[in-house]
Design a protein around this ligand. Structure first.
Ligand SMILES: [Zn+2]
Length: 225
């Protein structure tokens, strides 16, 4: 049982976490963020419209994406702590499953290598989730998430080099989405606020199309084995 004072302090800490999205800054931090909330639902639509992958790891990633659309809607609508966790946890887990699938592709058939690197992937994922529950480090999420996605990017590059696959056009779409988000946060005004909306659409779209393309290729690789 925690001392009462500590409990109150902890609750206060959670209550005071900051959400600094551009749309909020323009509306004096009063929820909801209408544009950001409703455009989140497009994230759920991608797997439903484009289809689910057959590989189990990529399939799990698609489930996380389908979940993330609703979580992100909730977060942007209420801007509360539970919404933040639902949104960010599903982003972390989507990346986790993505890396798991990419490792399986890169080291196809070599179970010991797959297990070894996926072990580190699992450790990173759980540490990231735990660290992210501390509201003091709230501002570090974009940096840590970029680091985690960079690991996936280096695997995508290595796989493409190894099997001669395309990847640039898919990542370009995601890059444009990321750039728009960045512009909306750094140069926030009534026009750039829509950068976040573009981010909701393009960042998952580029990556998800790449995953579907890789999933198709993975099925062929397995047949060749
Ligand atoms: Zn958002």
């Amino acid at each position: 049982m925690e001392p009462l004072l500590e409990q109150i302090q902890n609750q206060k800490q959670v209550a005071e976490f900051s959400h600094n999205f551009c749309e909020s800054r323009l509306t004096n931090y009063t929820p909801p963020e209408i544009y950001n909330a409703y455009t989140s639902l497009i994230i759920t639509a991608f797997p439903l419209i484009l289809g689910f992958p057959r590989n189990t790891h990529f399939y799990n990633l698609a489930c996380m994406l389908a979940f993330n659309g609703f979580a992100s809607f909730y977060y942007h609508y209420y801007l509360d702590w539970n919404g933040k966790q639902a949104d960010e946890m599903s982003m972390i887990l989507a990346t986790y499953f993505g890396i798991e699938g990419l490792l399986q592709m890169y080291y196809i058939g070599d179970t010991s290598q797959i297990n070894k690197f996926n072990g580190w992937n699992t450790i990173f994922m759980i540490l990231f989730l735990i660290f992210n529950t501390n509201s003091q480090y709230d501002y570090l999420f974009p940096i840590l998430f970029t680091m985690y996605v960079s690991i996936a990017l280096s695997l995508i590059y290595n796989i493409s080099e190894l099997y001669d696959y395309q990847y640039k056009r898919y990542l370009f779409i995601s890059f444009i989405g990321t750039k728009c988000w960045f512009i909306s946060e750094v140069y926030c005004n009534e026009y750039t606020q829509y950068g976040h909306v573009v981010w909701h659409a393009l960042f998952p779209l580029g990556f998800y199309q790449l995953i579907l393309y890789y999933d198709e290729k993975m099925m062929r690789l397995k047949k060749l084995k």
